[in-house]
Design a protein. Structure first.
Length: 109
């Protein structure tokens, strides 16, 4: 297939750098969601299982899915400048920017 017009990203007015920036932000929030999910699982592991009725496999599956769904929502609700996702985003965004041009020894002549 041969495309002669502008690429879809530039056709909508977004540049490849803006596209990378949006993907990085989305990935940072997903990473924070995974962290929250693991934190929920670790917190559930501290609750003793001994009781009148033991937990079934279905309940294990349900709590796992519930943790996953809550982990998707929690980072968007925090919306803080000091969140883990924001810290990851700011650190990794520096790597997206091109390095500053350094003058070569021959350019001073």
């Amino acid at each position: 297939m041969n495309i002669t017009g502008p690429t879809p990203a530039t056709a909508l007015g977004s540049t490849p750098a803006a596209n990378d920036d949006a993907r990085l932000k989305k990935t940072a929030f997903q990473m924070e969601g995974m962290f929250v999910q693991k934190m929920f699982a670790a917190m559930r592991d501290t609750v003793p299982d001994d009781g009148l009725v033991s937990q079934s496999n279905a309940e294990d599956t349900f709590t796992s899915l519930l943790d996953e769904k809550m982990a998707e929502q929690v980072p968007t609700q925090w919306n803080s400048e000091h969140s883990l996702a924001q810290a990851l985003y700011h650190q990794l965004r520096q790597r997206l920017q091109p390095p500053p041009a350094t003058p070569t020894p021959d350019s001073n002549k």
